[in-house]
Design a binder for this molecule. Structure first.
Ligand code: ZN
Length: 255
């Protein structure tokens, strides 16, 4: 049985038996995996206190094939997000990152960039007194990168129907089509909604920046709370449309 080393973020923890837990992790090496931590509930376990929701850990595991649970043999803390649990906005944001990574990714389909982005987002959310607006900016960035990385980048530069660039009048975004639509093109289509000019400019910039690095609040720097909420609502609606259901832990950042 091959022993493998990996680094990852704990997304879910389930009790498996009197003394064991099943850990769902997003790892750099294998993407999402599920592993059995025997003795993980005992006070003196081989995992010290590393097995905690949203913990960033290094692990050693016995890699099983064919969809069987891997077997965790070691887990140690890699870095801490001290302060994440100090504010409700930070903690809610952290839980949403874990839910999105858990629900949107497949097992054994690694996207190392998603782990890096999740760790950066948690670091931002853990900053002292992050507040609702700071959490909204961090989450908008994470959601934009998630969409980009998993192949759902919205088309916000040109009409998805006729590829025209300079669009007049109020913009519309077709959720089923995944892009903005000009007035003639939207006549025959359903599932679109008007997109305000302000929100369009910000989500277009977020999408552009999702292809690369970003500093601080990005295009949301200087935006008021109302604008941040509008952007959160738009991202939430697009994510919900793609998956056919709304993420459970989404919504607080929209109001
Ligand atoms: Zn068009």
């Amino acid at each position: 049985m091959p022993l493998e080393r990996a680094e990852g973020l704990i997304l879910r923890l389930h009790d498996f038996s009197e003394s064991s837990k099943v850990v769902t992790l997003y790892t750099r090496e294998f993407g999402k995996i599920r592993a059995l931590a025997k003795g993980g509930k005992r006070l003196r376990s081989p995992f010290e206190s590393a097995l905690d929701l949203l913990a960033h850990i290094r692990i050693v595991l016995v890699h099983k094939s064919g969809g069987a649970l891997h077997l965790l043999t070691e887990a140690t803390q890699a870095s801490r997000f001290s302060g994440l649990r100090d504010t409700l906005d930070g903690l809610n944001g952290g839980y949403l990152v874990a839910e999105l990574l858990g629900d949107w990714t497949e097992e054994n389909d690694p996207h190392p960039r998603l782990l890096d982005e999740a760790l950066t987002t948690l670091t931002r959310l853990a900053k002292g007194g992050v507040g609702g607006d700071g959490a909204r900016a961090a989450l908008a960035r994470f959601e934009s990168v998630l969409l980009w990385e998993l192949g759902y980048r919205p088309e916000l530069e040109r009409c998805i129907g006729c590829a025209r660039r300079a669009l007049n009048g109020p913009l519309a975004f077709g959720f089923g089509q995944g892009g903005i639509m000009c007035t003639p093109c939207r006549q025959q289509q359903r599932g679109w909604r008007e997109l305000t000019d302000g929100t369009w400019r910000i989500v277009r910039e977020l999408t552009r920046q999702a292809g690369g690095a970003e500093e601080g609040d990005g295009p949301l720097a200087g935006c008021d709370s109302a604008t941040r909420r509008q952007v959160a609502r738009w991202l939430g609606e697009y994510l919900s449309w793609i998956r056919g259901r709304r993420p459970r832990l989404m919504g607080w950042q929209e109001t």
